[in-house]
Design a binder for this molecule. Structure first.
Ligand SMILES: [Zn+2]
Length: 96
């Protein structure tokens, strides 16, 4: 059986690692893209098929929220592509 001291040290280490992960993820998410890189990503996302899965996933989540009564039946969701930053309006796909 681990001693109380070891358990506390282990918990402290886990919190520290988690804290580092949050800081690192935040730094990555706020890293600005160079205009050239953003343009390249926009070209990669240019086709409609690149966003098909993104929109399908968003519609699935929206439908689920409507079924659970979290959102009204006529709710829409705005989805932003993480690559090209294009915004899409997703309407529910439910027929009650
Ligand atoms: Zn895109």
């Amino acid at each position: 059986m681990p001693s109380r001291r070891k358990v506390l040290l282990g918990a402290g280490a886990m919190v520290s690692v988690a804290g580092l992960g949050v800081v690192r993820a935040w730094a990555l998410s706020t890293e600005p893209l160079a205009p050239v890189d953003l343009e390249a990503l926009s070209l990669a996302c240019g086709g409609q098929s690149a966003h098909t899965q993104l929109l399908a996933d968003a519609r699935l989540l929206l439908d689920d929220a409507i079924k659970r009564g979290v959102k009204p039946a006529d709710a829409t969701e705005t989805v932003v592509c993480p690559l090209c930053h294009c915004a899409f309006q997703v309407a529910p796909d439910i027929s009650f």
